[in-house]
Design a protein around this ligand. Sequence first.
Ligand code: 9D3
Length: 248
Amino acid sequence: MQIDVLTLFPEIFQGPFSVGIFRRAVERNLVRLNIHNIRDYTDDKHHTVDDYSYGGGGGMVLKPEPIFEAVAAVTSTIKEAKVPVILLTPQGRLFNQQLAGELAAYPHLVLICGRYEGVAERVREHLASDEISIGDYVLGGGDLAAMVVIDVVVRLLPGVIGSAAATEEDSHTAGLLEYPQYTRPEVYRGWRVPKVLLSGNHAQIAQWRREQSILRTLKRRPELLGKASLSSVERRLVDEAGSSVDSA
Ligand code: 9D3
C-alpha cells in the first residue's frame, strides 16, 4: 500500500513511523509512506496556506488552491482510477476497526490533514472522497488523526503483523476486551498468578481467558457485546452475570 499525506507539519510524521512494526513494514516494501508539505504547493512569495473566513468571525481557514495542487501532484503519479482522498476532520465518519479494514483494501490512500479553524469547504465538496474523525474530542489538527489511521490500517496489511496466529486470535476475540495477562514471577509482592495459568491445561486456560474477556467486556464496555460473536453458552454467561455486573 502507498500512503500519501498532505500536512503543514511534515516533521511530526518522522518519529512514530521510524520504529517498530511500521518501520519493518516499510523495509519489507509492504507500505510506502510519502509525506508532502502543503506549503510546497503554494505559488505566492509568502507561501500562504490560510486566509480569513468569508463572512467574518472564526479563525483562519486553509485555502483550497495549495491542497488541490498537492492532491493533483500526488494522484498524477498513481495509476489506479479510484484513490480515496481522505480529509481528517472532526465532522467526519467516526473511525473504527471496521473502517480501517475497508481502507486496508485499497492499494493507495491520500490523507489530508487540516489545521487552523478549518479547511475550505470546496476541498470537502469537490476534492475529498471521504471524511474521517478519530473521536469526539478536539485535536490541534488532523495530523495526529492521520497517524492513528495509518497505524491502524498498516497493521491490517497482509504480512505486517508477524504470525497468522495473532491475526486469527484477533478475529476470534473480535469485539471483546483482552483477558488478564501475567508473566513471571509467580508471586510478586504477595500477588499470585491465577492458578489455572500454571496448570498446563491448555483447554482450561483457553476457557478461563475467554470467560475473563467476556466478563471484563460486560463490566467495562457492555455495548461491545452486541456485536461480539458468542456461543449460546457464552450468551447465557453474559445474561446471568449481566444481572449482577459487579461480580465481573
Ligand atoms: C469550534 C469548531 N472547532 C471544531 C470542534 C474547530 C476545529 C478545532 C480543531 C476544527 C479542527 C480542529 C482540528 N482537529 C482536526 O483537524 C481533526 C480531529 C479532531 O479534532 N478530533 C477528532 N478527529 C479529528 S480528525 C481531524
